[in-house]
Design a protein around this ligand. Structure first.
Ligand code: AMP
Ligand code: ZN
Length: 113
């Protein structure tokens, strides 16, 4: 199911290095290579699905696992204000066609003390 032409499949199989945050049985979280906010982490299913729609239809258990991981990291790393968003389709800005959520926040927990 996974393929060598997909950069996120290659990150999931540890063939390409990424700055890993956490992983579960089905999902992986790593820092975005060009962050747009102080927290900018990507959460992906380890298996290849082209986008969030296909992930939802074809593997709802993997979807739940991904959402659990994304929201857990959001609670750990942000003040509680964050976005978890899924660009879907080229016209919506999707450039990597392996489902991924952008976890972004302007208020990291460690800057609030
Ligand atoms: P999207 O435009 O929604 O498809 O998002 C793709 C994201 O993947 C962008 O924010 C890129 O900065 C990020 N990205 C691309 N290649 C890598 C990589 N090797 N490691 C980490 N993030 C990456
Ligand atoms: Zn892939």
């Amino acid at each position: 199911m996974n393929n060598q032409d997909c950069i996120f499949c290659r990150i999931a199989s540890k063939d390409i290095q990424a700055n890993l945050v956490e992983e579960t049985e089905h999902s992986l979280a790593f820092w975005d290579i060009s962050p747009r906010q102080p927290i900018h982490i990507l959460v992906i299913p380890k298996r290849h699905h082209a986008n969030i729609l296909e992930l939802t239809i074809n593997a709802p258990d993997e979807l739940v696992d991904l959402m659990r991981l994304g929201t857990r990291i959001a609670s750990e790393k942000s003040s509680g204000s964050f976005r978890l968003s899924f660009n879907t389709g080229a016209e919506a800005g999707q450039t990597v066609f392996h489902a991924h959520g952008h976890l972004t926040s302007r208020t990291p927990k460690d800057q609030l003390a």
